[in-house]
Design a protein around this ligand. Structure first.
Ligand code: PMP
Length: 387
């Protein structure tokens, strides 16, 4: 027995040995020259990974929710209209945060597994008075992928700022932040960025920085205030020391390593690898007679797949798959929680992981008495991978 599990949940994911080795380096002073270089270089690399060459990057100690909170706290002013393009659990959270800061939130929702398209967003924007549109790139509760380019396009035409929660997308699902007109692109370290949990990462467009700079009311969050962090980010980029709150030194070292690995792969190659592995995984799932939660393949994320349990099988499939050495996650969307499970496939994931996961799913389905041709999912995925 190897006693080893493969972590295939939608974050945290498995990290590369090089990233883990960077985490384990002795902790240095946050104003030591080697750390200033590491932080400054990481900020510069973020622009290339986020494809946001003119944006201001921020690296903050905290989880992805801090990134959502910081985005809203800095650019929303009380009374602003906010349209949340809602695809599930995390879109709801963005609406809650906007409400907390005094936004007038309109929730444009869809059935679980679906998301409003750009034309529906355009109609909603015409019907109201909005300053901000929020998009969840990949809703981790359903595996639904948003048409960020289309939605951001109509939002920009309507004069709105676009906040993109790409916690489950960045560096896995294609996002051309600047070309597509995304103003704030936020993410967390523990998913396709490939670093253990604990960092919130944001890029902020010049237009969004202008909105922040011209706001009439103070930013209602002390820790998340860009006014406190901007001089620090500038200092590190100019290779000078700075301090507002102690940075997560070891996590930033790991981020530096991961961003280098991401850029060495190349963004186009990385997006293509995620698409290819996700496609092969879905082929395997469908060959087993199972269905996915997203309403169509176009809406299916490249970073995770939400799979409906077949008749006669329920949530105890997840621990059964776990007994086979593969860790997957149960449902999360409150309306359909008990009817599906989720498999993450992002970051350093490879073809072997996809096949190992399908193998464990097949064995667990067999153990639960589901009738199917054993090996058919594996064969379909393997055919897709050999193409
Ligand atoms: N948004 C999305 C799409 C997420 O998947 C998550 C985490 N699963 C979050 C926001 C919140 O991130 P965190 O748990 O790091 O606060």
């Amino acid at each position: 027995m190897k006693g080893r599990n493969l972590l295939m949940i939608p974050g945290p994911i498995e990290f590369t040995p090089e990233v883990m080795a960077s985490m384990a380096q002795p902790t240095t002073s946050h104003v030591a020259p080697n750390f200033i270089e590491c932080f400054g270089e990481s900020l510069e690399m973020m622009r290339d990974v986020f494809l946001a060459p003119s944006a201001q990057p921020f690296i903050l100690a905290g989880s992805g929710t801090l990134g959502m909170d910081a985005a809203m706290a800095n650019v929303l002013q009380p009374g602003d209209g906010v349209l949340t393009v809602n695809s599930g659990y995390f879109s709801d959270r963005m609406g809650d945060i906007a409400r907390r800061y005094g936004g007038r939130v309109t929730n444009l929702s869809a059935d679980p597994g679906d998301i409003p398209d750009a034309s529906e967003v355009a109609r909603a924007l015409e019907a109201g008075d909005f300053a901000i549109v929020t998009i969840t790139h990949v809703d981790t509760s359903t595996g639904v992928l948003a048409d960020v380019e289309g939605i951001a396009g109509v939002a920009r035409d309507a004069g709105c700022l676009v906040i993109l929660d790409s916690v489950c997308g960045t560096a896995g699902a294609e996002c051309r932040t600047e070309d597509w007109g995304v103003d704030i692109h936020l993410t967390a370290s523990q998913k396709a960025i490939g670093v253990p949990p604990g960092l919130a990462l944001l890029t902020v467009s010049p237009a969004a920085m202008e909105v922040f700079e011209s706001r009439e009311t103070p930013v209602p969050s002390y820790y998340a205030d860009f006014a406190e962090w901007l001089p620090i980010m500038r200092a590190y980029e100019e290779r000078r020391p700075g301090y507002f709150g102690t940075p997560a030194v070891n996590l930033v070292a790991a981020l530096n390593t991961s961003l280098k690995q991401i850029l060495a792969e190349g963004m186009d190659a990385r997006f293509a690898r995620h698409e290819r592995l996700a496609g092969a995984f879905r082929s395997g799932i469908r060959a087993l007679g199972l269905d996915i939660v997203p309403a169509s393949d176009e809406l299916a994320a490249p970073t995770l797949t939400a799979i409906r349990y077949p008749d006669g099988v329920g949530p105890d499939l997840v621990p059964e798959i776990g007994a086979g050495g593969i860790l997957t996650a149960g449902g999360l969307h409150p309306e359909i929680k008990q009817t599906y499970f989720r498999v993450g496939h992002m970051g350093a994931v490879n073809a072997a992981d996809i096949l190992a996961t399908l193998g464990a799913i097949e064995r667990a389905l067999a153990a639960k008495g589901y009738e199917f041709e054993c090996g058919s999912g594996l064969a379909a995925a393997q055919r897709a991978l050999c193409d």
